[in-house]
Design a binder for this molecule. Structure first.
Ligand code: ADP
Ligand code: MG
Length: 713
């Protein structure tokens, strides 16, 4: 029953209430709760159960089947603990119900000895196995349940460890909900949206997620709260995108001009239809007065550089300049060579072939550009004598000024933060912001893109240029298979081809990583690949050393390049036909896919060999996915399935944030619906003035840093 005289409770009201208002929460408990970041009643209500124990649906011990996971409720009969060799330990616990007995075995969990005692009621979840003919469960999940029987029991994260029991949290949540019953919890989501998506009320949802009567109730409650979380996030992202668009004045480029046409006609190949479409999308954005802020997704080798050059030339033909920023020295140089070769067909030395007045000028600017050359380049950028500049972070350093920067391309966005994008954008004139195109070769699923890049428009190159030779991928698991791989490398080299051997990133330090790759290099040189010309590339080399090794490899003076992941992105040597990845189980899917994309760039059949002798579980799944497909988008989906969204959202996921329940993997449809709903609401009410409570919630629950973090990860 709601009290008509008092307004219902908003999230902000719960935020103002300390957990100490709840009975049984004193100083000590408040401190324990704070350690799991629960300080207000709002925090408590959004501290959702990690899972549920369906006490309405439990097996009897006699019903358990070998190898099948199940849950039983039982009583503890005996507890026996024992030290094993080394510092290992074992606790064996005998439990029983009316139908039989069961042994639980815990390895290296000595605290179970203290947790469990004779006579206790426990719920045990695990897989039945057999040891010397006897039934047992090894390392099962155990819940101490006390007297709650015959209902669905929520289990809260961290409980026990932080000095709070799941049972206590349940009691406090009960109390908070009971106390809000009089006034009710308000629901700021518009009625039409609730109807469209068959959403239950918020009060009911919060209640249902903490105290579901059935798992169906839990499901509808969860959906409602997932929608709320995603709606708030999308409102935030779209509001920010529109605010930027309103505030910034861009350049109305003259799209579709002659220079771009001449460029595309001069290429030795027809554009793919995806390239044509995306060049069109970019041109349309560039023609608008609002600065472009677009993400270009395209698999390795899809031809993003052509799109980038077309965009920069669109700026150049109107008298502006284009800049392309790459994350590393090697990549910047590679891009410089690539762009120069794409523009080669334009005959930049003949002025009349390009621009009426003078030839097109393309320059490279990195920290290797020093002395007089640097002074000259900076001078020419400031005067406008350079049309296109390609470089590293050096481009955003002090002292680099542009005459009129009109188009900024940022390659491999995952290596750059928002600040760096902003810094480059700020190199434009005071009056107008340049357009920004962010390129990434690490495709992420569409719904994840809506969340991670929610303030960018997205273009996708979803088509490969024709005539690519497919890359065959094999996973070498045994010593014999590995020996075959090295044999094949020798055979390819004998045929005039080249190979990469990539060693894994070693987290601890660059020095250790360099040592490990150096060891592999020395071993291969002495043994498996003796007699071949082998080069070594790792992060400890100076940029000049790196560039000289790359130059030797490009020219064919080196047969095999042994490297760390410094070659991960952008290296383009068409004569290389073999990619061998050492300890492949230590790489993620996206990285393996990137590395594989280094071969198959010429007209020769190429091969990727994954060396991993003892990959199991998820690591093995990853390798199998790589063997099964070369499609980056399929792999992105597989990746999301395998690792969950944790790593897509980055560190943020581990900490506190507003996406408590929503899962980008599980709730794909909700992401799309929430984005659509947020867009509609903001079309109608741009500042959410008529949805003040929802706006307050967005501000309360999504601090700016959170959303920024999403942008960066
Ligand atoms: P990405 O940056 O997307 O990985 P690149 O732009 O480096 O790919 O292009 C890879 C290779 O494909 C380059 O050698 C490029 O010249 C070539 N290429 C690009 N577009 C086409 C096309 N439409 N037809 C044939 N080859 C193309
Ligand atoms: Mg590229």
């Amino acid at each position: 029953m709601t009290d008509a005289n008092r307004p219902s409770l908003a999230m902000a009201d719960f935020h103002k209430m300390s957990v100490e208002v709840l009975s049984g929460v004193g100083r000590a408990k408040a401190r324990a709760l704070a350690s799991v970041e629960v300080e207000s009643v709002l925090d408590l209500l959004t501290y959702y159960p990690r899972r549920y124990i369906d006490r309405t649906n439990q097996a009897a011990i006699s019903d358990l089947e070998d190898g099948v996971e199940a849950m039983v409720m039982a009583r503890v009969d005996s507890v026996f603990s024992k030290n094993l060799r080394g510092s290992r330990s074992m606790v064996a616990v005998g439990v029983s119900d009316q139908t039989g007995r069961l042994r639980l075995v815990f390895f290296n969990q000595p605290w179970r000895d203290r947790q469990l005692s004779q006579g206790q009621e426990v719920v045990v979840f695990g897989k039945l196995d057999r040891y010397r003919g006897q039934h047992q469960m090894t390392n099962p999940i155990v819940d101490l349940v006390g007297d709650e029987t015959g209902r669905i029991v929520p289990v809260y994260p961290q409980s026990g460890k932080a000095g709070i029991q799941t049972r206590e949290i349940r009691r406090w949540v009960d109390e908070a909900l009971r106390r809000s019953e009089q006034r009710g919890i308000s629901d700021p989501v518009p009625e039409y949206l609730r109807q469209r998506h068959h959403l239950i009320g918020r009060h009911q949802a919060i209640d249902g997620v903490h105290r579901p009567e059935t798992m169906d109730v839990q499901y509808t409650a969860r959906n409602r709260l997932v929608f709320d979380e995603l709606l708030r996030l999308q409102l935030k992202l779209i509001m920010r995108k529109r605010a930027v668009e309103r505030a910034a004045v861009g350049i109305c480029h003259d799209a579709g001009g002659e220079l771009v046409d001449r460029f595309t006609n001069s290429l030795g190949f027809p554009l793919t239809s995806a390239q044509r479409r995306v060049i069109g999308e970019v041109a349309a954005d560039m023609a608008r007065s609002v600065p472009m802020h677009r993400l270009l997704q395209g698999d390795v080798g899809a031809g993003k550089t052509v799109v980038a050059v077309a965009a920069m030339l669109t700026a150049v033909q109107g008298g502006h300049q284009g800049a392309l920023m790459a994350p590393t020295e090697v990549l910047a140089t590679q891009h410089y060579l690539g762009v120069a070769s794409l523009l080669g067909g334009l005959d930049v030395s003949a002025p009349e072939s390009l621009m009426a007045e003078r030839p097109l000028r393309v320059a490279l600017l990195t920290n290797q550009t020093t002395g007089a050359e640097r002074t000259q380049t900076q001078h020419s950028l400031a005067s406008g004598a350079i049309d296109i500049v390609i470089g590293t972070h050096a481009l955003i350093q002090e002292g680099v000024e542009f005459n009129s920067l009109g188009m900024v391309v940022v390659d491999e966005q995952h290596r750059f933060g928002v600040e760096q994008r902003a810094a480059l954008r700020a190199k434009g004139s005071q009056a107008a912001s340049p357009d920004v195109l962010v390129m990434t070769a690490t495709p992420i699923p569409r719904t994840a893109a809506m969340t991670v890049y929610g303030d960018l428009d997205v273009s996708t190159l979803d088509e490969m240029p024709p005539g690519r030779t497919p890359i065959a991928t094999r996973w070498a698991q045994t010593a014999v298979e590995e020996a075959e791989v090295w044999e094949m490398v020798r055979a390819e080299v004998a045929n005039g081809r080249q190979a990469y051997v990539v060693c894994p990133l070693i987290e601890e330090s660059d020095t250790i990583e360099a040592r490990s790759v150096t060891e592999t290099y020395e071993r291969l040189q002495a043994e498996e690949l003796a007699g071949l010309r082998i080069g070594l590339l790792h992060g400890q080399l100076t940029p000049a050393e790196k560039e000289s090794v790359m130059a030797l490899f490009r020219s064919g003076a080196i047969d095999v390049l042994v490297a760390t992941t410094v070659i991960e992105v952008g290296v383009d040597v068409p004569n290389a036909t073999v990619m061998v990845i050492v300890d492949a189980d230590r790489f993620g899917i996206a990285q393996l896919h990137q590395l594989r994309g280094r071969v198959g760039r010429g007209d020769q059949e190429s091969m990727c060999c994954l060396l991993a002798s003892d990959a199991v579980g998820v690591a093995a799944e990853r390798l199998r996915a790589l063997v099964a497909t070369t499609d980056g988008f399929e792999l992105a989906e597989a990746d999301l399935e395998l690792r969950g969204e944790g790593t897509i959202l980055g560190e943020r996921q581990k900490g506190r944030n507003d996406l408590q329940l929503a899962s980008l993997r599980r709730d794909r449809d909700w992401v799309v619906w929430a984005r659509q709903a947020a867009g509609e609401m903001l079309d109608d009410d741009p500042d959410l003035q008529r949805h003040a409570e929802l706006r307050a919630e967005v501000e309360l629950l999504l601090v700016d840093d959170d959303a920024d973090y999403l942008m960066k990860s």
